[in-house]
Design a protein around this ligand. Structure first.
Ligand SMILES: Cc1cc2nc3c(=O)[nH]c(=O)nc-3n(C[C@H](O)[C@H](O)[C@H](O)COP(=O)(O)OP(=O)(O)OC[C@H]3O[C@@H](n4cnc5c(N)ncnc54)[C@H](O)[C@@H]3O)c2cc1C
Length: 385
């Protein structure tokens, strides 16, 4: 474990984020100055290989880095790590020169990679994706509407999931530089939580890029490879938010009197906090072990082939679903603990509850995750362990 890096993330969160929760919750313009500060602290895009001049952290260390950032603001953390989905796909399945060019630029500037997959009609059935790429000589032309896409406006480049106009069975992922004519931000969504991050509806109209910007392999498989990393880090945000709820609960209980004594010494309160600590510990262990599995695949002789073959990792699916559910249990305990105050905007718990809800929704709601676990790991008898 890279303790120095995790300490640096904690120090950054204490210095730059803590105490600014209301501001992050106000839907600040993106990117915020905090992103530039993250870059100045040598932490932007910390998972990229160190050859790019970044911190070069493993995904296992990223679990704790995300927990530290999320302790202060989950939206900021999400916006800071979500590029891992696209950069993983680009590193593994992009032409080397393309990867070098765009990852190098992103690392140098502390920028973002937007990921444009979801569509209004297709929902989680990516096989129904309607966005199209059309071959035009040695160019590709992209058209389509994407429903939710985080960081897009500030991104250096976008990775767009689309199908071939010539062959319906061909589903690909195409790199589109953000400044390509035809990339239009339709609107920024007014989300109920994670308001420190910016998510947009985006339209692509006749966006022309070199044909070499099409990543190698079936798009669904590439997405599954990258989603392993981002799903584990989405799960990790729940660890940070739940740690924050625990600490706020302890602060409150020290001052709150029940039956003539501080709530802190009350057996019912102790039981609740014991339960919270157990949930945090299991969340952290599941995220770390899923991340270690991902890191092992990345350290193998041929990580692109290893992750293409493996597809969606059971441990990553379990981490996201478990952390969403356990996080929600902690949110419920936290929200009740502060009494009526917990149902107001005066106390931070309301924001933490809203932020936590995203863990069980983004990159696949629980029904979708359960379906994936069943079809990939229960039906195939060879995969049952
Ligand atoms: C804050 C935020 C940021 C986001 N950022 C991005 C981004 O950067 N890029 C991007 O591409 N997308 C992004 N998204 C989209 C997000 O990943 C999707 O909204 C999420 O995966 C849910 O998909 P959906 O909206 O298509 O709903 P659906 O998955 O279609 O769900 C709608 C309903 O259908 C049900 N359902 C769907 N599939 C099944 C099934 N197999 N079995 C049973 N029931 C099912 C669900 O349970 C639910 O009730 C973001 C969303 C949010 C909220």
């Amino acid at each position: 474990m890279n303790a120095e890096l995790i300490d640096r993330a904690r120090g950054f969160a204490e210095r730059e984020l803590l105490g600014r929760e209301r501001w992050f919750d106000s839907k600040p313009p993106a990117p915020t100055a905090a992103s530039a500060a993250l870059h100045a602290a040598g932490l932007a895009n910390w998972w990229l290989p160190a050859e790019y001049g970044t911190a070069g952290a493993s995904l296992t260390d990223s679990v704790d880095i995300v927990s530290e950032l999320s302790y202060a603001d989950a939206g900021f953390a999400f916006s800071s790590f979500l590029s891992v989905l696209g950069t993983t796909m680009l590193r593994l399945y992009g032409a080397p020169a393309l990867a070098e060019q765009y990852l190098g630029r992103m690392a140098a500037g502390g920028g973002f990679c937007g990921i444009l997959v979801s569509e209004e009609d297709a929902g989680s059935e990516l096989g129904r994706t309607a966005a199209l790429f059309t071959a035009k000589g040695d160019r590709l032309v992209l058209d389509g509407d994407k429903y939710f896409a985080t960081n897009t406006d500030a991104a250096d480049f976008l990775l767009v999931a689309a199908r071939s106009a010539e062959d319906d069975a061909v589903f690909g992922v195409v790199l589109v530089p953000r400044d390509t004519p035809g990339v239009e931000i339709v609107k920024r969504w007014d989300m109920i939580g994670m308001r420190g991050s910016a998510t947009y509806q985006v339209r692509l109209s006749g966006c022309e890029v070199p044909a070499a910007n099409l990543l190698r392999g079936h798009g669904l498989r590439l997405l599954e490879a990258g989603l392993n990393a981002s799903r584990i880090l989405i799960a990790s945000t729940a660890i940070g938010v739940c740690r924050r709820i625990r600490d706020l609960a302890m602060e409150y209980a020290a001052a709150k009197q029940v039956k003539g004594a501080p709530l802190l010494g009350n057996a019912v309160f102790a039981g609740k906090l014991g339960q919270v600590e157990m949930l945090i510990d299991v969340m952290r262990n599941q995220c770390r072990s899923a991340a270690a599995e991902f890191d092992r695949a990345m350290a193998s002789a041929d990580p692109a082939a290893a992750l293409y073959r493996a597809g969606t990792l059971r441990s990553a699916l379990a981490a996201k679903m478990y952390c969403g559910q356990a996080g929600w249990e902690v949110a419920t305990i936290g929200s009740e603990l502060f009494g009526g105050l917990g149902y107001t905007h005066d106390h931070l718990i309301g924001k933490l509850v809203r932020d936590l809800r995203y863990v069980g929704l983004v990159e696949g709601g629980d029904d979708v995750i359960r379906d994936l676990l069943y079809t990939r790991y229960v039906i195939p008898t060879a995969k049952r362990r």
